[in-house]
Design a protein around this ligand. Structure first.
Ligand code: G4P
Length: 286
């Protein structure tokens, strides 16, 4: 589902999530492990403030594991509790509960000293569309909870889901907007499927993806398409080689560039060429 975010929606979403946050002890900030920085809401720190935070790097199965470790260190240094998981295949779910326990330990010790009874940790998931919030909720709940739709903010009529022995999770996530302003971020959001159309031009997204692979995974790219194009060749030569190799031709034996663009985006987005993390920490000012 494509959402159009307007300033009014953003303000409302922020307000609603802030309201829900009052009910929980810990926030699960869900991000895409392929773009752990670019898939964050630009105002997330302002929204979550000092509340204990578990940063869940989801879609680990499609990310570069070495880069992922660097992002985990980055989030740890900020005082958060990062965990990398693959919600779709149910991998790493136990880590979420364990991190929630660690993140709230101090708070519960304080409560205990005050004589308060032990109780379950309350948590909610917050993130931009398509990072896997519904998938994770369903896996943690061991059942299928209807997707509420990517409507901004939080949908009403929430329930608590029991997760493991120590956790209760709100069954509806807080949905916030991605970073729109930066062109490069837009391309990263598009190549990973966080935003599917309209906001960026698909030819630019395909070129971004191609250049990323040329720079970081040149051999893998050539091997995948079984082509031998010099690294310094123009993008159009790569498009031609890929189009011809895959038989994406129009009448007159011309390469069908639209089809090549779609193919490249589809194959990168679905990790068909390899598993990549597009937010490369040493290339970013974070
Ligand atoms: P949202 O609630 O945050 O909007 O995201 P949602 O759970 O709907 O997930 C968005 C897409 O990401 C879904 O794919 C989902 O299957 C996929 N996904 C979620 N977690 C993971 C993961 O850990 N690894 C991988 N590889 N994919 C994940 P879809 O194509 O939209 O739907 P479907 O074809 O899977 O049904």
């Amino acid at each position: 589902m494509v959402i159009q975010w307007y300033p009014g929606h953003m303000a409302k979403a922020k307000r609603e999530v802030a309201e829900q946050l009052k009910k929980v002890d810990v926030v699960f900030e869900l991000v895409d492990a392929r773009i752990p920085y670019s898939s964050r809401n630009p105002m997330i720190d302002d929204v979550i403030q000092q509340k204990p935070r578990v940063v869940i790097l989801n879609k680990k199965d499609m990310a570069n594991l070495k880069e992922l470790e660097k992002w985990e260190s980055y989030f740890k240094e900020k005082g958060y509790y990062p965990v990398a998981i693959d919600a779709k295949h149910g991998k790493g779910l136990k880590l979420v509960e364990q991190a929630a326990i660690k993140a709230t330990q101090e708070k519960f010790e304080r409560e205990k000293k005050k004589g308060l009874k032990p109780r379950a940790i309350r948590a909610m998931i917050v993130g931009i569309p398509n990072v896997g919030k519904s998938t994770l909720i369903n896996k943690l709940a061991h059942k299928s909870i209807a997707k509420t739709g990517n409507t901004p903010g939080v949908t009403k009529q929430q329930q608590w889901i029991k997760v493991g022995n120590s956790l209760q999770l709100l069954d509806t996530p807080g949905i916030l907007w991605p970073k729109f302003e930066d062109q490069l971020v837009g391309k990263k959001l598009s190549i990973t499927g966080a935003i599917k159309d309209s906001i960026v031009h698909l030819d630019e997204v395909a070129i971004y993806g191609l250049e990323f692979l040329k720079t970081h995974h040149y051999e893998g790219l050539k091997n995948h398409y079984k082509i031998d194009v010099p690294i310094e060749a123009e993008n159009i030569e790569w498009f031609d080689a890929i189009g011809r190799r895959r038989g994406l031709l129009r009448s007159g034996n011309e390469v069908d560039y639209e089809a090549v663009i779609e193919l490249i985006i589809h194959e990168i987005r679905n990790a068909k060429i390899g598993t990549y993390t597009f937010d490369v920490i040493k290339e970013m000012e974070v």
